[in-house]
Write a protein that binds this ligand. Structure first.
Ligand SMILES: Cc1ncc(COP(=O)(O)O)c(C=O)c1O
Length: 375
């Protein structure tokens, strides 16, 4: 089946009790035992399993062509569950521009574990190879990355992980399975902040971990979720699954809009640099064209001439864009990324990150033009 059909059908069935086409929301926390003490319908207690969670997990596993999925109460809950599965002293490789929230979790929460951590430019394969140690257990990759839109060669990084007996995890939040299937590129597990494109309407926080193979880190993440409790509510699962119906349509429309916006910005005199893998001049364009299909995503960053104050002034003048963090929803969002990331941020001070939404591309371009042209 093709992705549009999977997005509408996977994990759903007509409700046998009522014939309802749209799945019901199972808010019950507990499920009845049979007189013999067994649970013939499999469900026991909603921290363990819930029908809405199972449906979403089945759909996400199908979308990524994985074996199994787990859904969590946020994207970072996935990260925390994975880190809990590592032993103290294990070594992990993270991208040097990894999503800043992940950096916070590994340092602020797992600092006392402790883990050995190497931050590596994932576009430099020799550096990735050199970073591998005997105790490397996990190699994390984000492509396109947040917020620098760097492109990593997933096939090559997956291969390095396999040769080193480490597990590779790709954060596929920016690309989504519509544009990129990491399992086709030697990657072992995929992570999503489903808060973003997967749910798609800026109204639910969630995360997912999908695996291609049975492995100990996935099973340990399952345990830390089941016993530790970082589960999404039935309503959150239902909302996310509803959003997935339109995932392929939304992501392709957002990618088309982003390409038009990127081309416009690339020719604007007030712009120093546009970071968008769909532009032929982007250093990762060739790899992105090979490992992504149907578009380059709805995220882009732009470096404004004349520095931080000029970037802040552009963000202050937009009218159609909304000044807000997060991404992947219907509204176009703009943010001064370094301020969001805090004083430790290495993101250039003149960088604005944009999540291009579902509005008319001409309206977005007009808005950016008026915001940039007064500089
Ligand atoms: C690329 C990426 N990964 C992970 C996360 C974390 O997800 P959440 O905010 O759902 O915990 C985010 C959030 O912005 C993100 O952008």
């Amino acid at each position: 089946m093709k992705i549009e059909t999977i997005a509408v059908h996977a994990g759903r069935a007509i409700d046998p009790a009522t014939g309802a086409v749209t799945p019901p929301i199972h808010v019950s926390t507990t499920f009845e035992r049979a007189p013999d003490g067994e649970y013939p319908l499999h469900y026991t207690y909603s921290r363990e399993e819930n029908p809405n969670r199972d449906a979403l997990e089945a759909c996400l596993a199908a979308l990524e062509e994985g074996r199994k999925a787990l859904v969590f109460s946020s994207g970072l809950a996935v990260v925390a569950a994975l880190m809990q599965g590592l032993e103290p002293g294990d070594h992990i490789i993270l991208p040097d521009d990894v999503y800043h929230g992940l950096r916070k979790v590994v340092h602020e929460v797992f600092g006392k574990w402790p883990l050995e951590i190497s931050y590596v430019d994932m576009t430099n394969l020799a550096a990735v190879r050199d970073a591998v140690r005997a105790n490397t257990r996990l190699i994390w990759v984000e492509s396109p990355s947040n917020p620098l839109l760097k492109i990593a060669d997933l096939g090559a990084i997956g291969e390095i992980a396999r040769k080193s007996n480490a597990i590779s995890v790709c954060d596929d939040t920016f690309a989504t399975p519509v544009l990129q299937r990491p399992f086709n590129w030697n990657i072992d597990m995929v992570m999503h902040s489903t808060t973003k494109y997967i749910s798609g309407h800026s109204d639910v926080v969630g995360g997912a971990l999908i695996t291609k193979f049975d492995n100990y880190l996935f099973e340990r993440a399952r345990k830390s979720q089941r016993f530790g409790g970082a589960v999404p509510s039935p309503f959150d699962c239902w909302l996310t699954l509803r959003g997935i119906n339109t995932l392929p349509l939304r992501v392709r429309a957002q990618s088309q809009n982003a390409l038009l916006v990127a081309r416009f910005l690339d020719n604007h005199r007030a712009v120093e640099r546009v970071l968008y893998p769909g532009l032929p001049a982007h250093p990762g364009h060739e790899i992105a064209a090979r490992q992504m299909s149907g578009g380059f995503g709805g995220m882009l960053s732009v470096q404004v001439r004349e520095g931080r104050a000029a970037a802040m002034a552009v963000a202050a003048r937009v009218r159609v864009f909304t000044r807000a963090t997060s991404l992947g929803g219907p509204h176009s969002l703009i943010e001064h990324r370094a301020s969001v990331e805090g004083p430790q941020s290495k993101t250039p001070q003149n960088l604005l990150r944009m999540s291009i939404g579902l509005e008319n591309a001409g309206d977005l371009i007009e808005d950016l033009d008026q915001a940039l042209s007064r500089m």
